[in-house]
Design a protein around this ligand. Structure first.
Ligand code: ASP
Length: 309
């Protein structure tokens, strides 16, 4: 169980949800789609409000928020994922619950409509990480919806692969939530990088690299996956918090380490007292924040600090 949290008279923690839609360049495409991106993130936070206010668990909520973003072609996760060099889509996702560090992840899956549901199915199995066809099979056996691989391929991503487009390449999605019981959870989902070789796996599905949750903190990362893997970024942040660092300085330190390894990106992190940070070293990272009894806030192009300190 969580320890801190802003508690109401009934002893319940005041829920919080934070989401991101990937760190990357301030591309013309992002400019053109700013309003739609903002609308989707607001819809996602509205779902966070409905679920967490109704007493739903952080893990289930984080999973659902990511699932909604996987359905949006603007983001590089589920439908509209980045294409591998062979034109196929290979998706990865992870979920983690902080109270008991239960975790589930999938990498290189091809036919599950919502990769985050596949990760959730793995969390409920004896395994933590499943790859490829066997991960698809496990998820479908657990009831996940199946789609042909072509379903995930959009014209936008076909053009990006043809142009070897690197701007705005990111668009991985993630959510971290704190529920009424003080439990934290994190979820991340990605199609990887445009033109990646089919067997490549980034940081998103790797517990401790791109995704982490324990009793003190929940983290979802985005950016140059190799640097986040080498930095053990999400777990590094958690370790610093464990040793007494503030959430903000731990998050900044973790991103400085990623920079030292030659990578750029961003992350969202939430602690058991309901503090949130959303730093990034890329040009942009669409992101949003909601806290019980407050209006949700979303930043798409803006560099402004969210939530305002
Ligand atoms: N981190 C992801 C990867 O390396 C990409 C991203 O965040 O956009 O696969």
């Amino acid at each position: 169980m969580g320890r801190g949290g802003d508690r109401s008279r009934g002893g319940l923690v005041r829920p919080v949800a934070v989401v991101h839609a990937g760190a990357g360049k301030l591309s013309s495409e992002l400019r053109e789609n700013e309003d739609r991106c903002r609308a989707v993130l607001l819809e996602v936070l509205d779902n966070a409000r409905m679920m967490l206010d109704a007493g739903r668990a952080a893990l289930e909520t984080a999973k659902t928020l990511v699932q909604i973003m996987e359905d949006c072609d603007l983001f590089n996760a589920g439908y509209g994922s980045a294409l591998c060099s062979d034109g196929s889509v290979r998706m990865s996702a992870a979920v983690m619950r902080g109270s008991d560090r239960a975790a589930g992840a999938v990498a290189g899956i091809k036919i599950v409509k919502h990769p985050v549901i596949a990760a959730y199915a793995v969390l409920h199995s004896h395994q933590v990480l499943m790859i490829g066809e066997d991960a698809d099979t496990l998820a479908i056996a657990a009831g996940a919806e199946r789609m042909a691989n072509e379903h995930f391929v959009t014209d936008r991503q076909r053009t990006r692969l043809a142009q070897q487009a690197e701007d705005g390449d990111h668009g991985t999605v993630g959510a971290v939530c704190l529920d009424h019981q003080g439990v934290l959870a994190a979820a991340t989902s990605t199609g990887g990088l445009t033109g990646q070789p089919p067997g490549r796996v980034g940081d998103s599905p790797l517990i401790g690299a791109g995704t982490w949750a324990d009793q003190s903190v929940a983290v979802s990362c985005t950016g140059d996956g190799e640097a986040f893997i080498r930095g053990g970024t999400a777990r590094r942040l958690a370790t610093l918090v464990e040793r007494g660092a503030s959430l903000r300085s731990a998050a900044n330190d973790a991103l400085v380490d990623v920079s030292d390894l030659g990578g750029r990106g961003g992350l969202i992190a939430l602690d058991s007292a309901g503090h949130a940070v959303m730093p990034f070293t890329a040009d942009a990272m669409p992101r949003g924040y909601w806290r019980a009894n407050e209006e949700p806030r979303v930043c798409v192009m803006e560099a402004e600090d969210l939530p305002p300190s």
